[in-house]
Ligand binder design. Structure first.
Ligand code: 5GP
Ligand code: SF4
Ligand code: MG
Length: 457
């Protein structure tokens, strides 16, 4: 998912729309904007792409200079209208809108406790749990009640909360998900990805820190710590495939990191071939890196139909397979008779790679060597990336050699975990711990806080 917030700009709703549009790749199931004019919260949201949801919207009618927005793909909670964010809660005295990227791993337990105490939850989304924790016993919405609520939840989260007259931003104590602060004139801007700042002409100011709670009001911006700062554990998959190449995630440019992943991969897994090709769009940076480091030419061997969304957003395996077919086509004149290194950024279910190897061979490629610019994904993600069951992960149940056979590759190799981390943290001046739990099984956050895994990179 992606979150966006803006405080103190008379075009708040419109800018939120543009910000969300630039983060469309983070979620295509639903989108929403909530605007405050200082007195009340106005909601506009729906299922579908940002453009579809706001097709008829006249932003001049959304009065207010503060807004939060969200693009959703569901990792928790169903794909229904009630779960589209921001979620809005109103009492007689005040209201709040919540936008969340991540996953609360103790949500079920907390939900049970809240229901035992008489709360009625309206959605199946884990985000609603936070709202109820904040408002329990009729507490006012302020730093104190938000801090208390945050201290009861465990997981990976970047939250934006908008009330009539304040905006809050919070990041989990391990800082697994990205969240940055920017400025646009005198306005404050918050976004999951810095590409949203560029989109609206805002400048990056800084990252929200792990365990930090930020409050923005007409008096300015203040910061407190609601939890001891642990070592940052930024999600490796943000760099591998999720974020946009023009974004900087924790001050590391995503395209540059991907390119280094490709370069590392060329060192670790060289192959005698005629050309390197990448699977559009997310693997192109790594393919360029592989080509540069190996000295092989980079070629455009696969074309993407730009009118189709990212395959993984499709809900069922059947639709996913259809989606892949609709999405990619080989460039026959380039690949025929050639030995190809095909770079993909990651393998989850194996659908994409299998289809592409087949496609390239049908187009006449003599050999297809698959090189994956990340390590095998063997463990589920509990932190908000859509890989939550082991069954669907091909590398959880098969050896690398078997995967190669299954997808019909002439050879297959993955980037090592060390290689991946090296590629991300190239600039050692940046204090950067990386979550690689889906590749190593080392989970930095567990439901039972006492069991929290402490390890060093
Ligand atoms: P597969 O087809 O193996 O299930 O998915 C891997 C491909 O889809 C990669 O090319 C990657 O860019 C993209 N992708 C789709 N969904 C996800 C996801 O949830 N995680 C990762 N790592 N990649 C995904
Ligand atoms: Fe990212 Fe994997 Fe960690 Fe999930 S488990 S947060 S996908 S690195
Ligand atoms: Mg891809």
């Amino acid at each position: 998912c992606g979150v966006f917030g803006i405080w103190g700009h008379d075009k708040a709703a419109e800018l939120t729309y543009y910000g969300l549009h630039s983060m469309q790749h983070r979620g295509q199931e639903g989108a929403g904007v909530v605007v405050s004019d200082g007195r009340e919260l106005n909601v506009h949201k729906g299922l579908g792409l940002v453009n579809d949801v706001f097709k008829q919207a006249k932003f001049s009618e959304f009065s207010g200079d503060k807004a939060v927005g969200h693009v959703r793909y569901s990792t928790q909670g169903g794909k229904t209208h009630e779960n589209v964010q921001p979620l809005v809660f109103r009492s007689q005295t005040e209201g709040m809108a919540l936008a969340h990227n991540g996953n609360i791993i103790n949500a079920d337990k907390l939900r049970g406790q809240l229901e035992d105490q008489g709360s009625i939850l309206q959605t199946s989304s884990d985000t609603e749990v936070l709202a109820h924790l904040i408002k329990r016993d009729g507490m006012a919405i302020n730093e104190t009640s938000i801090t208390a609520a945050l201290n009861r939840i465990t997981g990976a989260y970047a939250f934006l909360i908008l009330t009539e007259d304040k905006m809050y931003a919070a990041l989990d104590p391990s800082g697994v998900r990205p969240l940055s602060i920017g400025r646009l004139g005198s306005a404050y801007v918050m976004a999951s990805e810095t590409c949203a700042f560029d989109q609206i002409g805002a400048t990056f100011e800084r990252e929200v820190l792990p365990g930090e709670l930020i409050t923005i009001s007409d008096d300015g911006i203040t910061s407190t710590r609601f939890a001891m700062r642990g070592q940052r554990k930024m999600c490796a998959m943000e760099y591998v495939y999720l974020s946009r190449p023009d974004s900087d995630v924790n001050e590391v440019n995503v395209h540059a990191a991907r390119k280094r992943m490709g370069m590392e991969l060329a060192k670790e897994a060289p192959v005698d071939a005629d050309m390197v090709i990448g699977v559009p769009d997310s693997s192109i940076s790594a393919a360029i890196g592989y080509a540069e480091a190996s000295g092989l030419p980079y070629e455009m061997g696969i074309i993407k139909n730009r009118y189709i969304g990212r395959t993984f957003i499709q809900p069922s395996q059947e639709l996913r397979e259809q989606g892949v077919k609709l999405k990619l086509a080989p460039v026959r004149g380039i690949v025929a008779g050639k030995r190809i290194v095909m770079i993909d950024d990651s393998v989850v279910r194996g659908t994409t790679s299998k289809r592409i190897v087949h496609m390239l061979k049908q187009a006449g490629a003599s050999e297809v060597h698959v090189r994956i610019a990340s390590p095998p994904i063997q463990y589920p993600c509990y932190y908000g990336i859509d890989m939550s069951t082991r069954d669907e992960l091909v590398a959880a149940n098969h050896s690398v050699g078997d995967i190669g056979k299954m997808i019909g590759a002439d050879s297959i190799e993955y980037l090592s975990v060390i290689g991946l981390k090296e590629a991300i943290v190239k600039d050692k001046t940046i204090h950067q711990g990386i979550c690689t739990a889906c590749m190593t099984g080392n989970y930095p956050i567990t439901e039972d806080r006492e069991q929290q895994v402490v390890y060093r990179d």
